[in-house]
Design a protein around this ligand. Structure first.
Ligand SMILES: Cc1ncc(COP(=O)(O)O)c(C=O)c1O
Length: 466
């Protein structure tokens, strides 16, 4: 066996040990940046190293990484893993193609296009197109670009000229939407925030009022961004009502379904997405609730021409697009040139669990979130801070004797810090208005009811010490 093969086998063993080890390790190492720098040794050595050094480095990396596969990891909108998806990653890296042309990535192109077609069908669009992207943030950017192109097709040729675009986003939308508007030059003053109701859902009346004001002031309202599954609270904007307003004013409706899009697979909860078929574009991240390793993200559009136009090149890259027929060259509908075959891990996992399995996964996570919500509601010192619609559970520790807001905020902030430092659980904290909350998310199916019982006990123990 060659040295390379030996290294491959032994490192796969290390990774296997990590993946299948069910014992609880500390979720996060407490080492500082400087300590880790020393611990990891010479990261950019001058001379070659033996296999042992490389294996040691792999082991150190595993040991010091956050254990996002652990059932007690509930910090992000993703976590856990499917072995099929990890195999997909290995397969993709081993075959190392690029998604720009059918020529270079024949099977991967068929797989990507087939998955996109299935997603379009689930949305309920008769026609449409889509592409895998580098993440939901990128999907939101594409949505805005399509919206501007729809509103003002001459833009790509003659630039902005005198147009004064305005975009309408909810106060609870993800920061990437605001970034995307800034990146395409809309100007922060032209990003109009729409009020939300007390559950965090966009208020359609406020939206209509602000669009009317915008038109009266000679702006061009070009896009409304609704969210299906907001980042902090997991709420769903009323898509159908928002679509009525967009139709009335002929404005592009982009849906940020990066987090909540997986609900498409659940017969039981699909009504959360009522009206989704009336949107114009959607970003959806399978790397979130569907448990695939980052990155696996899609952008979908009901008007294929818009995607083609925003991605079209000024210079014809003849070195790349050789075929007579470029209709299967996905580089023609992507902002990326070289692009990983991210659809492969989704495909292998789909083969393993089927469409039904995706639905069951969503139902399981929502069921568990409901269970956690009940634990919170029944607990005398916990307070639910937002009604739960999805798998985000927002609450805080509220000691009976404490009434000062700042003191309660500080307590909850420290509580989360101590919880994470102890290493048994990892959840996030966030702010709802001026209130500090704890926000565990159920994003993977390794989490059990018993995990949630333990989380509440652990929170109680730490809070009492504080
Ligand atoms: C609602 C929403 N949209 C977009 C994004 C950005 O997605 P990504 O991290 O894939 O860029 C996030 C990330 O959490 C999100 O919660």
């Amino acid at each position: 066996m060659s040295k390379e093969q030996e290294l491959f086998d032994e490192s796969i063993n290390l990774i296997k040990n990590y993946l299948f080890d069910k014992s609880h390790k500390k979720i996060r190492s407490e080492n500082s940046f400087e300590e880790l720098k020393i611990d990891l040794g010479n990261i950019t050595p001058e001379f070659p190293n033996q296999n042992e050094i490389i294996l040691e480095a792999i082991q150190k990396y595993i040991q010091t990484s956050v254990k996002t596969k652990d059932e007690r990891y509930m910090q992000s909108l993703w976590g856990g893993n499917h072995i099929t998806a990890i195999l997909g990653e290995v397969l993709v890296a081993s075959t190392n193609t690029s998604m720009y042309t059918f020529d270079t990535a024949p099977s991967a192109t068929v797989i990507e296009k087939s998955i996109i077609s299935k997603l379009l069908q689930l949305i309920g669009w008769q026609e449409g197109d889509g592409v895998f992207t580098s993440g939901g943030s990128n999907g939101n950017l594409l949505g805005l670009l399509c919206a501007r192109n729809y509103s003002y097709p001459e833009y790509s040729k003659i630039g902005n000229r005198n147009r004064r675009f305005q975009i309408f986003i909810s106060k609870e939308s993800h920061y990437s939407v605001e970034n995307a508007a800034r990146i395409i030059g809309i100007g922060t003053e032209n990003i109009i925030e729409i009020n939300c109701n007390h559950d965090g859902e966009m208020d359609p009346e406020d939206l209509e009022k602000k669009i009317q004001e915008s038109i009266q002031s000679s702006f061009t309202p070009f896009c409304v961004v609704a969210t299906a599954g907001t980042t902090v609270r997991g709420c769903f904007d009323p898509i159908d009502k928002i679509a009525n307003i967009c139709k009335k004013f002929d404005i592009w409706l982009h849906l940020d379904a990066a987090w909540g899009g997986a609900v498409l697979f659940s017969e039981k909860h699909r009504m959360l997405l009522e009206g989704i078929e009336r949107t114009n574009s959607i970003c959806f991240d399978p790397h979130k609730l569907m448990g695939l390793p980052l990155i696996c993200s899609t952008f979908l559009v009901n008007n294929p021409q818009q995607l083609r136009e925003i991605s079209s090149c000024v210079k014809d890259p003849s070195y790349l697009f050789h075929g007579e027929d470029t209709k299967f060259d996905l580089g023609k509908i992507s902002l990326a040139c070289g692009r990983r075959a991210d659809a492969i891990k989704l495909w292998l996992t789909w083969l393993s669990i089927g469409t039904k399995g995706w639905g069951e996964r969503v139902d399981y996570c929502i069921e568990l979130a409901k269970y956690l919500e009940n634990l919170v509601v029944k607990h005398p010192q916990l307070e639910l801070m937002s009604s739960r619609k999805f798998t985000n559970v927002c609450f805080r520790w509220r000691p009976k004797h404490m009434s000062n807001k700042e003191e309660i905020n500080n307590l909850n902030f420290k509580l989360r810090q101590k919880l994470v430092a102890k290493g048994n659980f990892m959840i996030s904290s966030a702010q709802l208005g001026d209130t500090q909350i704890l926000r565990p998310v159920i994003a993977h199916t390794t989490i059990q009811k018993s995990t949630l019982n333990e989380l509440i006990i652990e929170i109680g123990k730490i809070a009492k010490k504080l």
